[in-house]
Design a protein around this ligand. Structure first.
Ligand code: SAM
Length: 222
């Protein structure tokens, strides 16, 4: 994947004073993707793994969902269209602005929030949630913020809640943005088992990408 320039200074925002150097690097890199136009991941296509969970023969009944790293809102809007009560969070305000416009155009109600998935206590997302969805957000979160991410979800999980997560495996990008060290770490099944006590790793399915990727399904204890 081409890496955009990360030298532009991002607009200051409310949370910038709390971020450390690595988090600032992540923010700058993500901001520059959205500033440059349509990021490469913004396909507008809902992945079949989420469609199966929502519409498949063992579909979950609609409930409350929280999407972490929702980008421009494609999948939050999909969930809302299928009867879910959806809140969705993204770190980059431009992405959230676009998601709000898309949701308005689609005529669906989604609570779209600009904020940090590792600092959910700062947002009005008390839960409990039946479903958490993360398409390639957690695997880009700095390693030292991942326990906070897991704690935020655990705190808001309804008994038996599911977490469906797509992530890149270790060092998937070949030449990751050098100043964002954790992007080379990716995510592994062992890491999720360790960071999500009280959850069971129910399934790991390799993705179809040219680099190692995985779909993880975790279930919160009932
Ligand atoms: C690879 S993109 C995928 C976006 C979206 N899920 C999609 O598939 O179009 C990862 C998204 O996670 C967001 N993100 C990264 N770290 C985040 C954090 N700590 N809190 C909230 N969003 C975050 C990024 O801004 C970006 O929109």
């Amino acid at each position: 994947m081409d890496q955009p320039s990360t030298t532009q200074t991002p607009e200051p925002d409310l949370t910038s004073t709390q971020r450390d150097q690595e988090e600032e690097s992540v923010h700058r890199a993500l901001e520059s993707y959205y500033r440059a136009g349509k990021p490469p991941w913004d396909t507008g296509v809902t992945p079949p793994e989420l469609v199966a969970l929502v519409e498949g023969h063992e579909a979950m009944p609609p409930g409350r969902a929280l999407e972490l790293g929702c980008g421009t809102g494609t999948n939050a809007i999909y969930l809302a269209r299928h009867g879910w009560e959806v809140a969705a969070v993204d770190l980059i305000d431009r992405a959230v602005d676009q998601a709000r416009k898309k949701a308005a155009a689609a005529g669906v109600a989604v609570r779209l929030l600009h904020g940090d998935a590792t600092r959910l206590d700062e947002l009005d997302v008390p839960g409990p949630f039946d479903l958490f969805f993360d398409l390639s957000c957690y695997c880009g979160v700095p390693l030292h913020r991942r326990d906070a991410y897991a704690a935020g979800l655990t705190h808001r999980a309804a008994p038996g809640a599911r977490l469906l997560m797509f992530g890149y495996g270790p060092e998937p990008l070949g030449n990751p943005t050098p100043e964002v060290a954790s992007w080379a770490a990716g995510v592994t099944a062992d890491e999720l088992r360790a960071r999500f006590p009280g959850w069971e790793l129910l399934d790991v399915t390799p993705g179809t990408n040219s680099v190692p990727t995985f779909w993880f399904t975790l279930g919160r204890d009932a």
